[in-house]
Design a binder for this molecule. Structure first.
Ligand SMILES: *Cc1c(COP(=O)(O)O)cnc(C)c1O
Length: 373
């Protein structure tokens, strides 16, 4: 074996030993939260398709029409020839939805987060990051070259103390957090965060990947990013902000400038999904109602969003629990370090408007049986 392959094999063996190796499993997905593995039908509680819009007939039809007119790919960076009119229409609608002057669509939410922070702050500046922030917020923060300090999860006093101590040494400061935390499902105290940030003339970037359409109450940050691939059921990312900020990002966000524009069919699907999301308040309310039904049945803290963690602790136990549920037809992914802190391996249960009450009750019953049995 050459040194490259032996390096990879050794690393994999170490991951195996800690139950931290990850493997791809072929999974089909259908309407109504249906999934299939190895030809077996399952109910998925692992998708971020919170509103069940990825298979909505109107969303699929919008994508199909765009595909037939514009083709499969956009053909270039949006600054060259990849800027289809449907992307502009989507940006106008996203900006209006968030009450902002403008929006910019990126290739994905990950790419949006890689692009925003480095375009706004640099090596002389300061970033304050909630310690549980998503991996792509960390990646964007590091790419900026700014000094990064973390504050304790959702603790505004810690944020205030750290800003007070460090702000004076840096020309600009950026606070980064998530509106709905992706692995815990809890909500950031946005009003307090925005007021602490404003007191120190720090800008705030909030990641709304799991909030769009579901948990959007409360004040908006000056920089609101998110994804088209969760509640909108499509693919892509966005930032909503002032016209000046968006115009600067068009020039300066490298993950926007140097990459191919979003395929027009993805933008058309997201645009139709946003229309449905705005038309149907009952659909938007349903995932959280189902999540609360679930937390009540299991005696867990009341759900604040469509995401509920069932903390198990040990990585191997989380995998075993997930496998037992899979054997009963429930797809519930085990989340292990480094996605979550060591010792907090968990099942991450994601609720969708497409689930039935009976499916939720059956899952709660199965988890209770395995957890307590
Ligand atoms: C999923 C997710 C992203 C990335 O969005 P993609 O469009 O999937 O790249 C960013 N931030 C958070 C919090 C997420 O959960």
């Amino acid at each position: 074996m050459d040194s490259l392959d032996s390096f990879a094999s050794d690393k994999l063996a170490a991951l195996d030993a800690q139950a931290l190796r990850r493997r791809l499993k072929e999974t089909e997905r259908g309407p109504k939260a249906a999934a299939a593995r190895d030809g077996r039908a399952m109910v998925s509680f692992s998708c971020n398709d919170y509103l069940g819009l990825s298979h909505h007939p109107r969303v699929v039809a919008a994508a199909r029409v765009a595909l037939e007119i514009h083709g499969a790919g956009s053909g270039g960076s949006r600054l060259v020839t990849g800027n289809y009119p449907v992307i502009g229409r989507l940006e106008e609608r996203l900006a209006a939805h968030k009450g902002k002057e403008a929006a910019l669509v990126f290739g994905s939410g990950y790419l949006a987060n890689l692009g925003v922070a480095p375009a706004l702050v640099g090596s002389r500046d300061l970033i304050l990051l909630d310690e549980l922030s998503h991996s792509c917020m960390w990646a964007g923060a590091k790419l900026s070259g700014a000094t990064i300090l973390t504050f304790r999860h959702n603790e505004c006093d810690d944020l205030r103390a750290k800003l007070a101590a460090a702000r004076g040494r840096h020309p600009r400061a950026l606070v980064m957090t998530e509106r709905v935390f992706s692995m815990d499902g809890d909500l950031a105290p946005m009003a307090d965060i925005l007021s602490v940030a404003a007191d120190h003339d720090a800008w705030t970037l909030v990641d709304d990947a799991h909030g769009l359409g579901l948990a959007e109450d409360g004040p908006h940050a000056p920089l609101e990013m998110g994804t088209l691939s969760k509640s909108l059921g499509s693919y892509g990312g966005y930032l909503c902000a002032s016209r000046a900020v968006i115009d600067l990002l068009i020039c300066r966000a490298r993950s926007f400038v140097y990459t191919t524009g979003l395929p027009p069919a993805s933008a058309a699907a997201a645009l139709e999904a946003l229309t449905i999301l705005e038309e149907e308040p009952d659909r938007r309310a349903r995932p959280i109602l189902l999540a609360r039904r679930f937390t009540q049945r299991l005696g867990l803290p009341r759900a604040e969003s469509a995401v509920v963690p069932v903390i198990v602790g040990d990585a191997r136990r989380a995998l075993d629990l997930s496998a037992s549920l899979e054997a009963e037809g429930f797809l519930v992914v085990a989340i292990r370090p480094p996605t979550v802190p060591p010792g907090t391996a968990r099942l991450r249960v994601a609720f969708s408007a497409a689930h039935s009450e009976a499916q939720v009750d059956a899952l709660a019953e199965a988890i209770a049986r395995h957890r307590d049995g």
